[in-house]
Design a protein around this ligand. Structure first.
Ligand SMILES: NC(=O)C1=CN([C@@H]2O[C@H](COP(=O)(O)OP(=O)(O)OC[C@H]3O[C@@H](n4cnc5c(N)ncnc54)[C@H](OP(=O)(O)O)[C@@H]3O)[C@@H](O)[C@H]2O)C=CC1
Ligand SMILES: O=C([O-])CC(=O)C(=O)O
Length: 268
């Protein structure tokens, strides 16, 4: 029987994922979505072959085996708490919001839920996880975004940094992944995912650059480990709906969901 999928948020990630599931993915069925604006959601779902139910954020966990969170970080807790309490498979996009809520992992152990953080807009988490089974000296991520992809970040507002007037590449943040995720909740979920895959949010170091010379959201990770040295870069095409979000993100989550049911799964 197909696993039922619920999606919180129908934006750059959620709507693309919903469309892909509606087109048919073996072993998965789109059962429900949660949206802020139900009329807008109904319009977005109008052409779907099988219309999913529209529920509340917490209500997704009542009908879905797999709850995908693809909403603003501000509502993460509502989706996550219900999914974990009901023992579902929880797939967070706003994984930066998981860092200050590690109690959810203990709650998942009690309920039987699983929390599966997708690679999302990043790359190489298979190799980082493998390296972290041994000794790792350092993990860093350097993120370069067109300035418009950083607008609205609380860290920039707090420090009165106006990225819209930047004309040359500028380092706007340097620190650990925990602080990066708090200061840039809609911009560097990749840093949180990297931290969770490797050596944790305190030891994972992050640089964020506002760079008018780049057109893509570009992430370079560097790992110095006993078993290997890794340097990898991904250059993400920003999505039309949300320039902060690379187009690869819903594709990565789709690949992650396929991996939950497929007979052949490639990569760790
Ligand atoms: N892990 C990763 O690699 C990546 C993670 N992300 C993160 O994933 C999350 C989603 O990103 P993205 O799809 O680009 O964001 P969008 O802003 O494009 O979409 C978010 C959606 O959530 C909806 N929404 C807002 N409030 C609520 C609510 N209370 N209940 C239900 N739905 C709500 C919005 O509706 P409306 O438009 O009507 O307000 C919108 O449809 C973000 O936190 C983002 O930072 C993004 C890229 C990569
Ligand atoms: O990590 C994020 O939140 C989004 C991001 O940088 C990208 O999509 O390239």
């Amino acid at each position: 029987m197909a696993l039922k999928v619920g999606i919180a948020g129908l934006g750059a990630i959620g709507l693309h994922l919903a469309k892909a599931l509606d087109q048919g993915v073996e072993g998965l069925e789109l059962a429900a979505v949660a949206a802020r604006d139900h009329a807008k959601a109904a319009a977005n779902l109008a052409g779907f072959t099988r219309k999913p139910a529209i529920t509340s954020l917490a209500g997704l966990a009542d009908v879905a085996d797999i709850v995908v969170e693809a909403a603003p970080a501000a509502v993460f807790e509502e989706v996550a708490t219900a999914a974990v309490a009901k023992g579902r498979i929880f797939v967070p996009s706003s994984c930066g919001a998981l860092l200050p809520r590690m109690h959810l992992i203990e709650a998942a152990k009690r309920s039987g839920a699983r929390i599966i953080v997708p690679t999302g807009a990043l790359l190489g988490l298979d190799a980082v996880r493998a390296a972290a089974e041994g000794d790792v000296e350092s993990v860093t991520i350097e993120t370069r975004k067109p300035p418009r992809g950083l607008v609205g970040a609380p860290y920039l507002e707090k420090h009165k940094i106006d990225v819209t007037v930047i004309t040359t590449k500028t380092l706007v943040f340097k620190g650990n992944a925990f602080d990066a995720a708090q200061g840039f909740p809609a911009n560097v979920n990749v840093a949180a995912a990297l931290a969770l895959a490797g050596i944790g949010p305190e030891r994972t170091m992050v640089e964020i650059w506002a760079d008018p010379e780049v057109t893509r959201n570009t992430h370079t990770i560097r790992v110095e480990a006993a078993a290997a040295r890794l340097t990898m870069t991904i250059e993400n095409v920003p999505s039309e709906e949300n320039p902060r979000t690379g187009k690869i993100t819903p594709l990565s989550i789709l690949a992650c969901l396929r991996g939950l049911t497929s007979t052949l799964k490639v990569g760790s």
